[in-house]
Ligand binder design. Structure first.
Ligand SMILES: Cc1ncc(C[n+]2csc(CCOP(=O)(O)OP(=O)(O)O)c2C)c(N)n1
Length: 388
C-alpha cells in the first residue's frame, strides 16, 4: 500500500493547510463550508488512490455518518425526556479518529476497548446500533439486559469488553486480554488490542502503569488518544505541561504519531500503520488525534467554556464535513450519493428505534440481579446474546 502520503500526517505536529481548489457542494452546510475548503486534504503526486483505500475511506465515512445520525437521535430522545435515564455521551467531531481505528480491527479476532466517544469505532468494529439504543433505553434485550443506562456495554465473546468508566484503567484491561492470549500460547494469531482514551484520562496513574506495562511486555496494543482540548471543562493547558502529548509515548519507549483527527484520510493512514506494526510484533503504538469535542461532555453540558477560537481553527472542523468534501473532490461520491447515504443512515436508525420501543424493560421482580460478569450469564446459555 502506498496511499500514505497525505498531508496532515506527521510525527512532529500538524503542518498548515494548503489552500484547496474552490468547490460547490450542496450537501455541505454553508456555515462550515469555507473552513472545510481551507483545510482540505491535498493528495501529493504519486499517491496511490486506487481500490483498497477508496473502499476503506468510503466505508469508514458511512460508519461515521451512521454514528452521527444515531447519536443525534439519542440526544434528541434524551432532551425530549422520559425515555433515557441518566446521561447521553456522544463523540460528535471525533468520528473519523474513532472509526479509523475500529475499521482496522477484526471482530472475533482482535480486541477492542471503545471509550465514551467511540460510537463510530464501535460501528466500524461491527457492533450493531441496536446495542446502543437498547442500552440507552434500558431494553431487557440489550447486551447489559437493561442494567446500564448508556455506554458501559460490550460483546466480550467478540473481543469487545464492556467499557469501564474509571479513566485509564481500561487500557490495563486490554493489556490483560492480550496477556491472556499470550499465556494461552495464541501469539501466532497476531491479534491486536485497540483502545481509546482522552487527554484527561492520559493523566491518570492507571494509564501510565498500563502503557509502561505494554511497553515492557511489547504488547500489540494500539492506543488512540483523542486530544479534544478539554477534559470536561479542564483545558489542556491545565492538563499537561509537556510540549506535546506525544512526549508521553516517547517517555515510555513507545512509538507515537500525531495526526489531524478531523481528517479521515490522515486518521486511516495513521491507524493502518499503527495496527500493522502492532500486528507485526513491534510493540505498543500510540496515535494522538488533534481535534475538538464538538458537543458538551454529555448532552447535559452546554460546553460554554470552550474557547471560540478553537471552534474556528483546524481542530474545530467537523470531520464528517471534511470527509464529504474529500469524497466529492476525489469523485468518489456524488452529492446525490451522499444524500442517499444520509437517508439510508436515518432509515436504519428509525428502524432500530422502532424495534427497541416495542421491547420490555427488565422486570425488577422477575429478573435475576446477579452480576452480568458471571460467565454463564454473559457467555453461556442463559443469555443468548443480543439480536444482530
Ligand atoms: C479515574 C477517574 N477520574 C475521574 C473521572 C470522572 N470523569 C469522567 S469523564 C472525565 C473527563 C475525561 O476527559 P478526557 O479523558 O479528556 O476525555 P473526554 O471526555 O474529553 O473525551 C472525568 C474527569 C473518571 N471517570 N475516572
Amino acid at each position: 500500500m502506498c496511499y500514505g502520503r497525505f498531508r496532515n500526517v506527521a510525527t512532529d505536529g500538524l503542518r498548515p493547510p494548503a489552500p484547496p481548489p474552490p468547490t460547490n457542494h450542496s450537501i455541505l452546510t454553508t456555515r462550515t463550508h469555507a473552513r472545510i475548503l481551507e483545510g482540505q486534504t491535498v493528495i501529493v503526486p504519486g499517491t496511490d488512490l486506487t481500490g483498497a483505500f477508496r473502499d476503506q475511506y468510503t466505508r469508514t465515512y458511512r460508519h461515521m455518518l451512521l454514528a452521527r445520525v444515531l447519536e443525534d437521535r439519542l440526544a434528541a430522545v434524551y432532551r425530549a425526556g422520559g425515555k433515557i435515564v441518566g446521561g447521553v455521551y456522544v463523540g460528535r467531531g471525533q468520528e473519523a479518529f474513532s472509526a479509523a481505528l475500529g475499521v482496522q480491527l477484526r471482530k472475533g479476532h482482535d480486541v477492542y476497548g471503545p471509550l465514551i466517544r467511540d460510537q463510530a469505532g464501535r460501528i466500524a468494529f461491527g457492533e450493531p446500533i441496536l446495542d446502543a439504543i437498547r442500552t440507552y433505553l434500558g431494553s431487557i434485550k440489550g447486551p447489559m439486559r437493561g442494567r446500564d443506562g448508556n455506554i458501559h456495554r460490550g460483546r466480550p465473546r467478540e473481543g469487545m469488553p464492556p467499557m469501564i468508566s474509571h479513566l485509564g484503567s481500561f487500557t490495563a484491561v486490554i493489556n490483560g486480554m492480550l496477556m491472556a492470549r499470550r499465556l494461552q500460547g495464541r501469539e501466532a494469531e497476531r491479534a491486536v488490542g485497540g483502545t481509546g482514551i482522552g487527554d484527561g484520562g492520559l493523566s491518570t496513574g492507571a494509564f501510565h502503569e498500563a502503557l509502561n506495562q505494554a511497553a515492557v511486555e511489547r504488547l500489540p496494543l494500539v492506543v488512540a488518544v483523542a486530544n479534544n482540548q478539554y477534559a470536561y471543562s479542564t483545558p489542556t493547558s491545565r492538563q499537561f505541561a509537556c510540549h506535546d502529548l506525544i512526549d508521553r509515548a516517547r517517555g515510555y519507549g513507545v512509538r507515537g504519531q500525531v495526526v489531524d483527527g478531523t481528517d479521515l484520510a490522515a486518521c486511516l493512514k495513521a491507524f493502518t500503520d499503527a495496527v500493522q506494526r502492532a500486528r507485526a510484533g513491534e510493540g505498543p503504538q500510540v496515535v494522538i488525534g488533534k481535534l475538538l469535542r464538538l458537543s458538551g461532555h454529555g448532552e447535559h453540558d452546554d460546553a460554554s467554556y470552550v474557547d471560540p477560537a478553537l471552534r474556528k481553527g483546524q481542530a474545530g472542523r467537523d470531520c464528517l464535513e471534511v470527509a464529504q468534501t474529500f469524497l466529492l473532490d476525489q469523485d468518489w461520491a456524488t452529492a446525490a450519493e451522499l444524500s442517499a447515504w444520509q437517508r439510508e443512515a436515518e432509515s436504519e436508525v428509525d428502524a432500530a428505534f422502532a424495534i427497541v420501543y416495542r421491547e420490555a424493560l427488565p422486570d425488577p421482580y422477575q429478573e435475576s440481579w446477579q452480576a452480568l460478569s458471571r460467565a454463564d450469564l454473559v457467555e453461556g446459555s442463559s443469555h443468548a446474546g443480543p439480536e444482530l
